[in-house]
Design a protein around this ligand. Structure first.
Ligand code: CO
Length: 132
């Protein structure tokens, strides 16, 4: 079902500062930057081989990422797994007992199709299924 780790998402308060730090400390360059207004998030994707580190920061105070930062602080936010068929993967996970956040797949950044699985019941980690 899983073809690759699509991205590891890290919540940060200052996206530009995080991008600069990742460039200086790890030599990682931004390959894509996008604001997803519906999620209240701005993201910067740094390429690591066939995967990405996705730095995310909130665009407004009431976005889920803003709430995450208030509650948990900066750090690991979710893991995105690349799948060939998001709807099929979501259904398989629900069949296996996972709790979906998205009942049906929806558009993500980079023209992907995505669905989130709740961390409760997934050993504490928010999971995103990503179909390119
Ligand atoms: Co993501």
């Amino acid at each position: 079902m899983l073809t690759e780790i699509d991205h590891v998402a890290i919540a940060v308060r200052d996206l530009d500062a995080a991008v600069t730090w990742y460039r200086n400390a790890l030599g990682a360059e931004v390959e894509h930057r996008e604001t997803v207004e519906s999620d209240g998030v701005e993201e910067a994707l740094l390429a690591v081989a066939e995967s990405y580190v996705q730095l995310i920061s909130p665009t407004r105070d009431d976005s889920p990422v803003a709430k995450f930062l208030d509650k948990r602080g900066e750090g690991l936010h979710h893991v995105g797994y690349r799948v060939p068929d998001c709807a099929a993967a979501l259904e398989a996970m629900v069949q296996a007992g996972a709790t979906p956040i998205d009942e049906v797949p929806r558009p993500g950044s980079r023209n992907t199709t995505i669905a989130f699985i709740h961390p409760k019941g997934s050993f504490g980690t928010l999971i995103e299924l990503v179909e390119e």
